[in-house]
Design a protein around this ligand. Sequence first.
Ligand SMILES: O=C[C@H](O)COP(=O)(O)O
Length: 342
Amino acid sequence: MPETLLSQIRQLVTVDVDSMDPADAARHTSPENGLLFCDMTSNQAILGGQAERPENADLVKQAIEEVKATYKESGAKKEGEAFAMDVIDVLTVLVAKRVYPYLKGNVHAQTSPCAAYDIDQTVAHATKLVNLFEKHGIPKSRVCIKIPTSAESMVACHKLKQVGIQTLATCLFSVPQALAASQANCIYVAPYFNELRVHFQPTIWREYANPGKEHPMSQVVFDVKNVYKKIGSKTLVMPASLVTCKEIIGLVSLKPDHITISGGLLDKLAELPPESAEAFQTDLVPTVFSESELTADYLANDGALLKESLAKDAETTRKLDDALKLFDECEKKTKQLILSMV
Ligand SMILES: O=C[C@H](O)COP(=O)(O)O
């Protein structure tokens, strides 16, 4: 019998840590007993939070020195924002490396929001990140690159698969995005249960008495799972952007493959008793999609069909664009911090 809500949830779904803080990972694992998280997810907001912590100043300085040393070797002469971006990439690896011992799966790193609507830039940034992880001893097979689910990005994921780079389609709010991600052979999709802004502006977060049934994203997650089953997709569903334990219980009732949970919510789950089996059952009914919707090629012509679907879906487009804007603000803030430390 599980002793806590967290241990119960771990029996029902693969739990990942949505944090780059090794203390969060350490509190809920026991490497000597084989209790580990599967993956560690991250994004520009999570990395920025780590970069700002005074106790991580030495890590930022280490990243700065490493980039300067590589410039010396190669003769590169980047300054300002371009230099700061190189430092962010190294810092991402150094920070992720501290959580790696608590994982049996992948470390995740997100491509720059600036690249989100450009196929070549996304491919280049993802490749650069994987190479940096390998340089620091984390093999390609244990790295997953998180890429926001625009049409261009999904074409990039398809290209990255050809060179053995694992990807996750993040900031996902619709079934067509999930179909495109599956066609791109992403290993995961991350439907955002709440739009990213709720973490920056908590007053816009809306509470539902029964999130697993009433929250509009529950139906999307449920439909993605069912559609994937129908088409025999290998892409795994890893919901993200959770605010409460109640949301997590509701999501687990939809039987996702994974769920990524922040340090604060892991702590709360570990303090709560297990729930009844009924709490993890759903009475949602899958939406019916036509054969042509399921088999259409979303990636052809640089993702033309996904572009069309996003153009018709104002809500998904707004949430995706807003997440990219917030990630961009976080990335810019981290760049300023780095430049102030040079
Ligand atoms: O910013 C926090 C949200 O949980 C987003 O999740 P993520 O790390 O999968 O992007």
